[in-house]
Design a protein around this ligand. Structure first.
Ligand SMILES: [Zn+2]
Length: 62
């Protein structure tokens, strides 16, 4: 499979796992501020948790 590296949606730098999907806490804050700036009235969230590429560990019920 080809998994292209995700980039920070704020500044475009390669994201850091610790701050995924952003590259730094700053970009994270920036994203938050953008949300508040928009009034938080966006129908349909732009970024779903599942879209970050987090591997879902389902199956394996022991
Ligand atoms: Zn960034």
């Amino acid at each position: 499979m080809t998994s292209s590296p995700r980039k920070c949606p704020i500044c475009g730098k390669p994201r850091v796992a610790d701050h995924a999907p952003f590259c730094s806490p700053r970009c994270r804050d920036r994203d938050l501020m953008q949300w508040f700036g928009e009034g938080y009235a966006i129908p349909g969230r732009p970024a779903l948790p599942g879209e970050e590429g987090e591997p879902q560990a389902d199956a394996d019920d022991s």
